[in-house]
Design a binder for this molecule. Structure first.
Ligand code: SIN
Ligand code: FE2
Length: 221
């Protein structure tokens, strides 16, 4: 093959989307990072949901969230008329939240490390279920005792548009498309940035059907 032919081949090679997208000084999207963990992740998820099923919770303002929630780990995030809080027990069953499966922990730690946060020790994993139309309004994650640890957020199933804003609710947000297997990590100087999810569009995901599942790992206490 002549060098010219080689050059032609190089020119026609499809461009790979970047594996890591920086969205802030200490925030990034790791494309497809969760995919190698998928099978054990979904098996473990099924066991969690059998013990702590998805439910729609009410905000302190009296609105029922469109997203259904569950949790695993030592602490589970909850909301009701009296406020937001982390609890050791699932208020619906009175039992402790299911333990965080090893595969959840390892995935969260590996993603945090890849994003530049060594030694992430999550003690809480909020599990969000979005059906088409469900959304999450802009908010900050600030119910944790310390903001030293990052947030690690795993997307599975239907795609979403993630809103990544600033430090005030009214600040302009970036619109970041998220796909099955993507992980967003934000921490350090970006830890308190507003974020949310636009209404999920109708669709069918080959593995997860008509839903988007999100895991949000935190160090709560
Ligand atoms: C959240 O902020 O709790 C959820 C974010 C997401 O679903 O991507
Ligand atoms: Fe959040």
């Amino acid at each position: 093959m002549s060098p010219i032919t080689l050059d032609l081949f190089a020119d026609t090679e499809p461009e790979q989307p970047p594996k890591r997208l920086q969205i802030g000084e200490q925030s990034c999207v790791l494309r497809g990072f969760a995919l190698p963990w998928l099978d054990p992740l979904l098996i473990a998820l099924e066991a969690i949901l059998a013990a702590a099923p998805f439910r729609q919770m009410v905000t302190p303002g009296g609105f029922t969230m469109s997203v259904a929630l569950s949790s695993c780990g030592t602490w589970g995030w909850t909301t009701d008329r009296s406020g937001y809080q982390y609890t050791r027990d699932d208020p619906q069953t009175g039992n402790p939240w299911p333990e965080m499966p090893e595969v959840f922990f390892e995935l969260a730690q590996a993603a945090a490390r890849e994003a530049g946060f060594a030694a992430f020790v999550p003690d809480s994993c909020l599990i969000n279920r979005y059906v088409p139309g469900a959304k999450m309004s802009l908010h900050q994650d600030k119910d944790e005792n310390s903001y030293a640890a990052p947030i690690v957020s795993v997307s599975l199933g239907l795609p979403a548009t993630f809103l990544f804003g600033g430090f005030e609710r009214g600040d302009k947000s970036q619109r970041v498309p998220l796909f099955h297997g993507d992980i967003v990590v934000w921490g350090g100087v970006d830890r308190l940035r507003y974020h949310g999810v636009l209404p999920i569009k109708d669709g069918h995901h080959p593995r997860l059907g008509e839903q988007r599942i999100n895991f949000t790992f935190r160090t709560a206490r």
